[in-house]
Design a protein around this ligand. Structure first.
Ligand SMILES: [Zn+2]
Length: 133
């Protein structure tokens, strides 16, 4: 046990500064990704889990930023780090949710906090000149 702890300590320090890794594949709710290396189960914080449960993302070319905790388990970075992406026609887009009534954008699905209507899935080009936030 002692030896294991000694080995893990420097690794943990390294992990905090290591570049973020990514996983990409075909998405299936809740949180399953089929990658060239096999199936990967995605996990994340509460807001991220809501995205992972969204069947509207099924079949998408999906990318998450975070880290592998096991060969087939991947923990996504916190939602505010914009760690969830999808590819459409070769373009990398942020997975966001949009209320067209209130012009409010969120990063997880559900009711708009303003009008309580269901938000729409909206894949957004981060470099777009679109004035919406
Ligand atoms: Zn609204």
């Amino acid at each position: 046990m002692k030896r294991r702890a000694l080995l893990l300590a420097p690794l943990a320090a390294f992990a905090a500064e290591a570049p973020k890794s990514a996983v990409r594949g075909k998405f299936l709710a809740p949180g399953e990704l089929t990658t060239p290396k096999g199936k990967v189960q995605l996990r994340g914080d509460e807001a991220t889990e809501k995205v992972l449960a969204d069947p509207r993302l099924n079949g998408m070319d999906f990318e998450a930023l975070g880290r592998f905790t096991e060969a087939n388990r991947f923990v996504i970075n916190p939602i505010h780090e914009r760690a969830i992406w999808a590819y459409r026609n070769g373009q990398r887009l942020m997975v966001t949710y949009w209320c067209p009534v209130c012009y409010i954008r969120t990063y997880s699905p559900g009711e708009c906090w303003c009008c309580q209507d269901d938000t729409q899935l909206d894949l957004k080009d981060p470099n777009s000149k679109d004035p919406t936030p």
